[in-house]
Design a protein around this ligand. Structure first.
Ligand SMILES: [Zn+2]
Length: 150
């Protein structure tokens, strides 16, 4: 679950893909859990997809990812690749900038969590706010702050 949330924080496109997968599940076509377990086992990493996009893999790896996207039609990686393409357009060739943004938003998320906990303690007086952990509030604030950018 933590890995899923981490990935979801990283990508708007992924959130859309998840929503789509959930809609498919509701129509009875797939089980979301089954898709996740089945597809993610063979999925290239985001770095892999990025290299694929820049065509720097050797022929075999390039062909594998091609197969994974075109033939398997993995919704996760298709969404991930679309997100990478959009970012590539934004910052043509500037991978450093992209990494910096990722780390900045991670740090921002942690800061939001800490702020939330601190203000919970102040407003609700001690342990009550702390047992909530502040996560839902922090989560929605994060979405507001970073969710509409890509
Ligand atoms: Zn995949």
């Amino acid at each position: 679950m933590a890995r899923m949330e981490h990935a979801l924080r990283e990508s708007d496109a992924l959130r859309r893909a998840l929503r789509q997968a959930m809609e498919e599940r509701d129509r009875g076509e797939h089980s979301l859990g089954a898709i996740w377990r089945r597809e993610r086992l063979t999925c290239p990493t985001r770095e892999d997809l990025s290299s694929y996009l820049f065509q720097v893999h050797d022929e075999g790896r390039q062909a594998y990812i091609d197969f994974h996207l075109q033939t398997v039609g993995c919704p996760y990686c298709t969404a991930n690749l679309a997100d990478l393409r959009a970012r590539q357009k934004e910052t043509e060739g500037q991978t450093k900038e992209r990494r910096k943004r990722f780390f900045t938003s991670s740090a921002g998320y942690l800061q939001v969590c800490r702020d939330q906990r601190a203000s919970d303690r102040k407003t609700s007086g001690g342990s009550q706010g702390y047992t909530n952990g502040g996560e839902p509030g922090a989560w929605s604030r994060l979405l507001k702050k970073y969710g509409s950018k890509s």
